[in-house]
Design a protein. Structure first.
Length: 364
């Protein structure tokens, strides 16, 4: 073979080798690019899955908790949102993704700033949290119009509050005793609306606190409507249902004539005052039948007519009926005492008439 042919073969061999190396490098680059692409896609899927999991966990936490008061629920949901944001930021930091962690923390900071802004609006506006509700419902205004938006929301809130008060006044021309005392109240200014129960009661009983003065019918109604059946007001959460619940007290009171109601309230108050003299009597609503019997026996010692004992029995029965308790006066012992008072009163009346007849006979 000539030198020319050898050089030609060597050149061809080098070109073939170069072609194969170029082909092999292209496959390696392609594999590297494919690997990078798949890693990026899997990372995105993982991030999306993590975010979805956090969102579902947050919804479950909110759904599995129910609250008696709206204000507590709002605050709890805010705390859950902040807790979720902090947890996500920690997860990103654990995976060396500080940029995303900072983004999440900024989101948490903005949430807190927004909450503090709403608190200031409620504190400074006449409509309180009603203004905040109107403010949040109007999301179309730009930031430059924010001050106008707040003023408009406050105006709407105050107008609604006044219309509600006006409607209540028209429906209640005169104030009822139960309405004066009430078992719940709602704050409409500078606070999230919450229901406030009016104690004192323990379980389903009540008595005066030491040194507390019994203040007539208002005190009696206040205590009747804070125990027994009326403790269920904590279960009623909707505003319209709460209004109906309060009006229901008036309906119950109106079941008797006004004069009868006044008489029963006064008579039951006497039973409360008498019970306060004995520390062993822990409750008058509901009352133990033995103490009711003893009270009627006490009245028999000084009462001039059996109607006093009968009125006391009716008053105790009335109070227990309003509160939804069993009537202690239905006891056979109590009934016997009432009958005994009638008999005693009739015997006394008979003796008095007999003495009068003897006196008239002697005068002739």
């Amino acid at each position: 073979m000539s030198d020319m042919e050898e050089e030609t073969l060597d050149l061809a061999s080098e070109q073939g080798t170069s072609t194969r190396n170029t082909h092999e490098m292209s496959n390696a680059d392609l594999f590297s690019l494919l690997k990078t692409y798949m890693d990026t896609r899997l990372s995105g899927i993982e991030t999306s899955f993590t975010d979805t999991t956090h969102t579902l966990e947050k919804k479950v936490k909110k759904a599995e908790n129910s609250f008696k008061f709206k204000g507590h629920q709002v605050q709890y949901e805010l705390n859950v949102d902040l807790q979720d944001l902090v947890q996500r930021a920690l997860d990103y930091l654990g995976r060396n993704k500080s940029g995303k962690a900072v983004t999440i923390l900024n989101e948490a900071l903005n949430t807190l700033k927004k909450r503090n802004k709403l608190i200031r609006i409620a504190d400074k506006s006449e409509g309180g949290w009603k203004t905040v509700q109107e403010y949040l419902s109007d999301d179309l205004a730009s930031d430059s119009e924010d001050e106008k938006k707040i003023r408009a929301a406050d105006t709407r809130a105050v107008k609604k509050l006044k219309s509600v008060k006006s409607a209540d006044k028209k429906q209640n021309v005169r104030k009822r005793p139960a309405e004066a005392s009430g078992s719940t109240s709602q704050t409409a200014h500078n606070a999230i609306p919450v229901s406030v129960s009016m104690p004192p009661f323990q379980g389903q009983t009540w008595l005066r606190k030491p040194g507390q003065k019994v203040q007539g019918r208002r005190y009696v109604f206040q205590k009747i409507f804070s125990t027994g059946f009326w403790k269920n007001d904590t279960q009623v959460k909707h505003t319209e249902l709460k209004i109906l619940f309060r009006k229901m007290k008036n309906s119950v009171i109106d079941s008797k004539a006004r004069n009868t109601t006044v008489k029963y309230a006064y008579s039951f108050k006497r039973f409360v005052v008498w019970s306060e003299k004995y520390t062993e009597i822990k409750s008058v609503l509901p009352a133990n039948e033995i103490y009711v019997s003893l009270y009627l026996q006490y009245l028999m010692q000084s009462a001039k007519h059996y109607s006093t004992i009968e009125a006391a029995c009716y008053a105790i029965k009335w109070a227990h009926s309003l509160a939804g308790f069993e009537d202690p006066c239905a006891s056979d012992i109590v009934k016997c005492i009432v009958e005994a008072s009638k008999k005693k009163s009739l015997i006394g009346l008979f003796r008095k008439r007999t003495d009068e007849c003897k006196h008239h006979a002697q005068s002739f």
